[in-house]
Design a protein around this ligand. Structure first.
Ligand code: UT7
Length: 332
């Protein structure tokens, strides 16, 4: 089976920290309300000179350097985002321009909200597999897959039901197309049409109201998340013929520590298998899993050879689970 494996990571967070206590100076909220319900103490918001594009480009450069590959090997760049700077050119085309990627590199943004990074990885596998079939070449094929979000541009600070939850950031990986057995790669994607999370959009007649900032039925999303994540994990493991003991880390979308702890209790596994970083960054939607990956690689948690399971859920509603390997060559 054609699979992908991660061979490099990078990230960019704005370093303009807004703590819960700072938010509480301008809106009616408190760290005592936010932290126990979400696990979030702070988030990073872009400064005037930063945006989805600038963060995506910086994360991409770091991932390329970390992978140690020439940019000429990259044949696809995908950016998962629901907060792009422009509808067109896509964020991916800005990255392509900044990194001077070759002309026969596919470039596109995709929006599957907080599940977007997993959708983008699988899309990259499809594009690289197509190139392999067409060209039948020997050169290794790589894709640059990015999750980048400036969610602060979608929020209305006064709406405390959403403004305290989200943050800005970007994470990127370089993936390589490989041949792998069933136990090394598995993917499941899905969706369930629902308006439980809405981001700014115009009234079209298809929905009953226009929305000028992110709105969410928090309780409904919580119930959805704690139902879907264990099912995604079980389905991925069934597809790969693995059990959870063979997986080194499960990287869930970093929306809420309470959701992840619920899953940990349900599956009766050690919490250390489910790393978290929303305490410092909030929910960065499609960027949350690749930022976490880069942090784990940077601090030595990921050394190469690990089997990872990724689980994402979010607006749409969308969801996705994936099993793949991290730098398998490093273990040999
Ligand atoms: O990527 C997907 C991201 N989405 C999520 O992860 C959301 C999942 N949902 C949740 O984590 C929780 O539903 C929230 C943390 C969003 C909300 O927690 P909750 O316990 O479900 O609170 P609630 O919405 O039922 O609100 C309880 C009270 C309300 O006041 P009243 O009506 O009881 O007087 C809210 O107005 O808390 C109030 N409230 C707040 N108070 C202080 C809502 N937001 C805040 C706030 N600070 N930021």
């Amino acid at each position: 089976m054609r699979a992908i494996e991660i061979i490099g990571t990078g990230s960019c967070v704005p370093h303009h920290t807004i703590t819960n206590d700072e938010l509480a100076q301008s809106i009616d909220t408190s760290d005592a309300w936010i932290y126990p319900r979400t696990g979030i103490h702070a988030r990073e918001f872009c400064t005037a000179r930063q945006s989805t594009v600038t963060m995506a480009v910086e994360a991409a450069r770091k991932a390329v350097a970390d992978a140690g590959i020439p940019v000429t090997g990259i044949r696809a760049v995908l950016v998962a985002t629901m907060s792009p700077d422009f509808s067109t050119p896509s964020t991916a085309c800005f990255v392509s321009e900044a990194l001077k990627l070759r002309e026969d590199t596919a470039a596109l943004d995709l929006n599957a909200a907080c599940s977007g990074f997993i959708y983008a990885l699988e899309t990259a596998r499809g594009i690289l597999s197509g190139i392999q079939e067409m060209e039948q070449g020997d050169a290794p094929l790589y894709a640059l897959v990015i999750g980048a979000e400036q969610l602060s541009r979608l929020l209305k600070l006064e709406d405390r039901t959403t403004s305290v939850l989200f943050g800005d950031g970007a994470g990127a990986v370089i993936v390589k197309l490989t041949e792998a057995g069933r136990s090394d790669y598995a993917i499941t994607l899905g969706s369930r049409g629902s308006r439980d999370i809405l981001a700014p959009g115009l009234y079209t007649g298809a929905i009953d109201k226009s929305v000028d900032h992110m709105v969410m039925d928090g309780k409904a999303v919580f119930v959805f998340a704690v139902e879907i994540i264990p099912r995604l994990i079980e389905r991925v493991l069934r597809l790969s013929g693995s059990d959870l003991a063979q997986i080194d880390y499960v990287l869930c979308h970093q929306a809420n520590a309470r959701i992840i702890r619920h899953v940990v209790r349900k599956l009766q596994v050690p919490e250390a298998k489910f790393p978290m970083n929303m305490e410092r960054l909030g929910n960065t939607s499609a960027a949350s899993i690749p930022i976490l990956l880069d942090e784990m690689h940077g601090n030595g948690t990921l050394r190469g050879g690990e089997k990872l399971l990724l689980a994402g859920f979010g607006g749409g509603l969308t969801f996705g689970g994936m099993q793949l390997r991290f730098r398998p060559e490093d273990r040999t």
